[in-house]
Structures are given as structure tokens and as C-alpha cells.
Design a protein around this ligand. Structure first.
Ligand SMILES: NC(=O)c1ccc[n+]([C@@H]2O[C@H](COP(=O)([O-])OP(=O)(O)OC[C@H]3O[C@@H](n4cnc5c(N)ncnc54)[C@H](OP(=O)(O)O)[C@@H]3O)[C@@H](O)[C@H]2O)c1
Length: 184
């Protein structure tokens, strides 16, 4: 019996917002699974050190300057990735906020669009708040009684990025220690 294949060898991934927090972790996870990873954000010095780290760990990565608010910057980033490896197979659209747009029409082109909905994970974005009294009160309301760790997202990330998730599109996977369902 063939088991689901989570390996990403030969694939190219783009992670936006890879200079810190979850994006940085996602990039390392995808590289460890075998993908060549374009790591993109505005702070290129941080991307360069991430690339060094991934290469030291035996992976393949390239830093790409990107401001997702600037269409010319987005085009230039995709051009740089195309010159390196061609079009990315996997895009982790991690920098930014939610926008409602019809994307499931993409399924006909073999492009799957899914989302991971993390609960609270300590990063630069929220570290001070999570350590505060208000943050600790919030933690008490999470059924698993802790905030998330970036590694808690590895399983869903590899599921969505690999062939193991080949029939999944339009899915939103909550990874939040039960936080969302406990508030219903
Ligand atoms: N941490 C959590 O608990 C949590 C929970 C649910 C959802 N999320 C979502 O997960 C994503 C990442 O959050 P995080 O906690 O990892 O935050 P973070 O540590 O603050 O990282 C944010 C990343 O986005 C990049 N970024 C910001 N503006 C950008 C722009 N205009 N163009 C390109 N890159 C940009 C930043 O890099 P530069 O400044 O170098 O550009 C940085 O790498 C966010 O969309 C957040 O809403 C986080």
C-alpha cells in the first residue's frame, strides 16, 4: 500500500514574509522536506541569514526582495524566481491580511488554494502581548492551555504543499489548540 507522499524534492516554493516568525519557520520546514525555497520579504539582511541557515542544513534557498504592497516589486520577485527555478509550485502567502477573492476558479488549472488558520503563536507580531497579563488570561481560555509553536504547523503545511493534499482545495485548517471551537 502506498502511503501519502509528503516529500517536496524537485519542487520550488515561495514563502512571503519569510524574514521572521511563521514565514521563517515555514521556509525551513519546506526546505527540510526537499523544496528549493525562495524566501521573500522587505528585510533582505534577515533573508540572507535564513538562506545561510537553510544551506547549512543541507537545503536550497534564495533570498528575494519583496514588498507585497508594490505590484512592481511582486513582478520583479516572480521574475527573479523564474530566472532561478521557473514558476513556483508552492506559494505560502504568509505576509499580509485576509482579502476575499474568488480563487477556486483556479482549480481547473491544477492550482490548489488552501489556508492554515493558526491560533496564537508567539512571534515578533505578538510576543509582548502574549506575555502580558491579558495574554495569559487569553491562554487560559485555550482548551490545550498553551500558545502554539511554529512547529505545530508543520504537519498541515506539508499536507497542503505536497501530493498528500492533492484533492484539497478551498480548505481552511484550524491549528489552534481548540481555541476557535471552544468559543462556539
Ligand atoms: N503569530 C500568530 O499568532 C498568528 C496567528 C494567526 C495568523 N497569523 C498570521 O501569520 C502571518 C505571519 O505572522 P507572524 O506572527 O509570523 O508575524 P511577524 O513575525 O511579524 O512576520 C511578518 C512577516 O511579514 C513580512 N512583511 C510585512 N509586511 C510586508 C510587506 N509589505 N511585504 C513583504 N513582506 C512583509 C515581514 O518581513 P519584512 O518586515 O522584512 O518585510 C515578516 O517577515 C501574518 O499574516 C499573521 O496575520 C499569525
Amino acid at each position: 500500500m502506498a502511503l501519502p507522499d509528503f516529500h517536496l524534492g524537485g519542487r520550488t516554493a515561495l514563502v512571503t514574509g519569510a524574514s521572521s516568525g511563521l514565514g521563517r519557520h515555514f521556509a525551513r520546514t519546506l526546505a527540510a522536506a526537499g523544496a528549493a525555497v525562495a524566501v521573500a520579504a522587505r528585510r533582505v539582511d534577515k533573508l540572507d541569514s535564513l538562506v545561510d541557515e537553510i544551506v547549512r542544513e543541507g537545503g536550497s534557498a534564495r533570498a528575494v526582495a519583496l514588498d507585497v504592497n508594490d505590484a512592481a516589486s511582486v513582478r520583479a520577485a516572480f521574475d527573479a524566481i523564474a530566472a532561478w527555478r521557473g514558476a513556483p509550485d508552492v506559494i505560502v502567502n504568509n505576509a499580509g491580511v485576509a482579502v476575499s477573492r474568488p480563487l477556486l476558479e483556479l482549480a481547473g488549472h491544477g492550482i490548489r488554494v488552501n489556508a492554515i488558520a493558526p491560533g496564537y503563536v508567539a512571534t515578533e507580531l505578538n510576543r509582548d502581548f502574549l506575555a502580558s497579563n491579558a495574554g495569559q488570561r487569553l491562554m487560559a481560555r485555550i482548551p490545550q492551555k498553551r500558545f502554539g509553536d511554529p512547529a505545530d504547523l508543520d504537519g498541515p503545511l506539508l499536507l497542503l504543499a505536497s501530493e498528500a493534499g492533492r484533492f484539497m482545495t478551498g480548505s481552511v485548517i484550524a491549528v489552534d489548540g481548540g481555541h476557535l471551537v471552544s468559543s462556539l
